[in-house]
Design a protein around this ligand. Structure first.
Ligand SMILES: [Mg+2]
Length: 290
């Protein structure tokens, strides 16, 4: 199965959700998919107002949206594409299960995995560890990542997609939980540059929306004019949704059809099984305007 548009009401919501305020955004997005078009407009306006209340510590200025033209214009404007790196722009080579077992130990891995069947956030877990234990954990992770660099392969379809985006003058950025060294080597081997390209050193990593919001800000575009593409439902789709961007899940093997993911409150706007499908998806569903 190729491209899917997963939400019939998503356009309206995504187009005008409050932006640059993850707290407001998260609340808005959860509400949006439950409401009719009319009540969505009403609640979005309310939420928009609350985000701009004079007493709010985070106030941003936006032009008031024109809802009537939004309803009659189903194609959202897209000005930038942000990619995950490992498993999206590169063929997946890092054995994350083995990495997590090495960091946690077999028993702890089984225990934590049973609590988090959809995936272990290893960077988050080791954050609370004592400094020495944490240092050893980072060494193990870096070891796996170095092996990944050695075997790095560019994902089929990635170059064609970059050529296409260039032809439309659409920006392209990158967010990875991997280290900067890996991003530098990826850039060297691939020959196409992504800017900004934010690695673990940025300080906030997916699914935290901060890196994506930072990229939008540096591009001077709104999050709802950007699509986040990646192979992790939790990290990439989670980051994109919290930021208020469109999201596309790359699921090459159909692993997200598994029951492990049934209870995750994350629904991508699109799902593809190859990166090559993204080009057609963008053409068919968006007004590509830099
Ligand atoms: Mg990935």
């Amino acid at each position: 199965m190729g491209i899917m548009r997963l939400s019939s009401s998503g356009w309206l919501n995504l187009k005008w959700s409050p932006v640059f305020n993850p707290i407001c955004r998260a609340a808005g997005r959860n509400r949006i998919f439950l409401l009719s078009a009319f009540s969505t407009i009403h609640s979005t306006l309310s939420l928009y107002s609350s985000c701009h209340h004079p007493s709010s510590p985070h106030r941003y200025s936006f032009p008031m949206p024109n809802f009537s033209s939004t309803v009659s214009a189903p194609r959202g404007r897209l000005r930038g594409v942000v990619f995950d790196m490992d498993g999206t722009l590169t063929v997946p080579v890092i054995d994350f299960a083995a990495m997590h077992k090495s960091v946690l130990g077999d028993e702890e891995y089984v225990r934590i995995k049973s609590l988090n069947p959809s995936g272990i956030d290893i960077l988050h877990i080791i954050q609370s560890w004592a400094p020495e234990k944490q240092r050893r954990a980072y060494e193990v992770i870096a070891d796996f990542e170095r092996q990944g660099i050695d075997r790095l392969q560019i994902m089929p379809g990635a170059a064609e997609l970059c050529t296409f985006l260039d032809s439309k003058n659409i920006r392209r950025g990158l967010i990875t939980r991997n280290i900067k060294e890996a991003v530098d080597i990826f850039h060297q081997r691939f020959g196409w540059t992504f800017h900004p390209a934010l690695s673990r050193e940025f300080g906030y990593y997916k699914p935290n929306p901060a890196p994506l919001l930072h990229i939008c800000s540096s591009w001077d575009v709104l999050p709802n004019e950007v699509i986040m593409i990646g192979d992790s439902l939790r990290d990439d789709v989670g980051c994109g949704k919290q930021a208020g961007a469109f999201t596309c899940l790359l699921d090459e093997t159909g692993r997200y059809n598994s029951e492990h993911y049934a209870n995750m409150d994350l629904e991508p706007d699109f799902k593809v099984s190859t990166l090559g499908e993204v080009l057609h998806l963008l053409n068919a569903n968006f007004e590509l305007a830099p």
